[in-house]
Ligand binder design. Structure first.
Ligand code: DX5
Ligand code: ZN
Length: 224
């Protein structure tokens, strides 16, 4: 458990996704982004079932927790989020996002996360209409709009999926964060921020670059 909190809405936050980082040196990679002044690290959890890829789980997150003071933003791309949410919070996730496509009792899971002291996020895939989260979104702390199909880093930004951010912002107002994930780089940043996104997940555009800090600053400079 950790008492770090997702920053309140009202700031633009860059949440580097370690999916494209060097997995053999994760603690070092996270230390570098921490030194660049980011507040959040985005941890992509994939189960090989909800998405066709497998990444990390609670044991890795628990070890990273000992090495970092960043807010851990766990993006659960797994088929049974309710079954595993507690384990992720116990491992050190401060914020847990699950997918609406696999959540039959989304409201209960949001309550459960809040009771455990974590913040809660709901995510929608590019094909999922905003109506799917309309009722539940006001109870979340952050809505995650996928701008690629989940499963892999380094994919091409989907502009039509990003447009949904405008509608999500109308629904949630100014106090709930909207995160975008997939293909975010200095070229796509102005668009998503102008739509109302305030939390930018960035994987490849940081960790494929030799200079991580310069890459983070390039995203910052691209914010309108
Ligand atoms: C994709 C993951 C993303 C991914 C983003 O399924 O949810 O967080 O790491 O990577 P980039 O920024 O490379 O598109
Ligand atoms: Zn993600």
């Amino acid at each position: 458990m950790s008492d770090l909190r997702l920053p309140k809405a009202g700031t633009i936050e860059i949440a580097p996704s370690i999916l494209s980082a060097d997995f053999a040196r994760l603690a070092d990679e996270i230390a570098v982004i921490e030194s660049a002044g980011v507040n959040i690290v985005h941890l992509d959890v994939m189960d090989g079932h909800f998405v066709p890829n497998i990444t990390i789980g609670p044991p890795v997150i628990a070890k990273l927790r000992k090495c970092s003071n960043l807010v851990f933003d766990a993006h659960l791309m797994i088929s049974e989020p309710a079954r595993y949410a507690k384990t992720f919070v116990e491992a050190g996730a401060n914020h847990v996002t699950f997918h609406i496509e696999v959540a039959d009792k989304a409201e209960d899971l949001i309550d459960k996360l809040h009771e455990m002291g974590a913040t809660a996020g709901i995510c929608l895939n590019p094909e999922t209409p905003v109506e799917a989260i309309e009722k539940i979104a006001p109870f979340c702390d952050m809505v995650l709009v996928m701008t690629v199909r989940p499963g892999f880093g380094g994919q091409k930004f989907m502009p039509e999926a990003a447009q949904k951010v405008t509608r999500v912002r109308e629904i949630v107002g100014p106090d709930i964060r909207i995160e975008v994930d997939g293909g975010i780089d200095p070229d796509t940043t102005p668009t998503v921020v102008s739509y109302g996104a305030d939390t930018l997940v960035v994987g490849n555009a940081i960790f494929s670059k030799p200079h991580r800090i310069a890459a983070i600053n390039a995203i910052r400079n691209a914010c309108p």
